[in-house]
Design a protein around this ligand. Structure first.
Ligand code: PGA
Length: 250
């Protein structure tokens, strides 16, 4: 199965910084194209979608450019929001939905995320849906319950979708940005919960399962060797060209 390595740049980088990243990535990767079975993506700020796509294509880098959020409406009076059609219009190839920072800092509910997921899948727009428990929920032993309820809520009413258009990223909130990934046993059991839920709900579809939370070049091999882990969603380590390249080299 394809291995997915998707960077999430969050609210980082100006145009000049993006160009420097692409240039450096291109220099480092000269002569060593990422493996054919690896799908590389970068979810950049909205302002960089167009330019990052052009810059990657100029340097012949096989990096798919995506966004970190969207609204479910096509157009309307939604100040500060962005529509899927607008992302696609600028060349975005995928979107991250339901990231824990959207949930915890901006109050996004499973219901709201569900509307966006339905819209994206209906339009065959590649979607990376994030789920994951908080530290409190983890310590209370509620991880499985939380994952199942987030999957129920965010995928409610989703019946069929284009093969390859949906991936799930399991991101324990307490491992994001801490430098300390969840231990392998925990990752494996959380992925099994998601895998079984997906098998039951979409028995005919293969939905890649990604892990996110302090992924680095030091731990990516261990993570990707785990059962039901088909790739990673990476924050901090995707901001530095050398580190992002190192992830693809493993
Ligand atoms: P991190 O972020 O790799 O910096 O922990 C992951 C994410 O927020 O998706």
């Amino acid at each position: 199965m394809t291995k997915f390595i998707i960077g999430n740049w969050k609210m980082y980088k100006t145009d000049a910084e993006m160009r420097a990243f692409v240039q450096e990535f291109s220099q480092i990767s000269q002569g060593s194209a990422p493996r054919a079975e690896t799908w590389l993506g970068l979810a950049v700020p909205f302002t960089l979608i167009d330019a990052a796509r052009a810059s990657c294509s100029e340097h012949q880098l096989p990096i798919h450019i995506g966004a970190q959020n969207m609204h479910d409406a096509t157009a309307g009076a939604f100040t500060g929001e962005i529509a899927m059609e607008m992302l696609r219009d600028r060349g975005a190839e995928f979107v991250i939905l339901g990231h824990s920072e959207r949930r915890s800092l901006f109050g996004e509910s499973d219901d709201f995320i569900n509307k966006k997921v339905k819209k994206a899948l209906l339009c065959e727009f590649k979607t990376v849906l994030c789920v994951g428990e908080s530290l409190q929920e983890h310590l209370a032993g509620n991880t499985s319950k939380i994952l199942e309820s987030q999957l129920d809520g965010c995928l409610q009413g989703v019946e069929a979708f284009q093969p390859g258009s949906l991936s799930i990223a399991y991101e324990p909130r307490w491992a994001i940005g801490t430098g300390q990934k969840a231990d392998s046993e925990h990752i494996q059991s959380a992925h099994l919960v998601c895998f079984e839920w997906l098998q039951k709900r979409f028995p005919k579809q293969s939905v890649p399962l990604l892990y996110g939370g302090s992924v680095s070049e030091r731990n990516i091999c261990e993570i990707c060797a785990l059962l039901n882990v088909n790739g990673v969603l990476v924050g901090g380590a995707s901001l530095i060209a050398r580190e992002f390249f190192a992830l693809t080299a493993n």
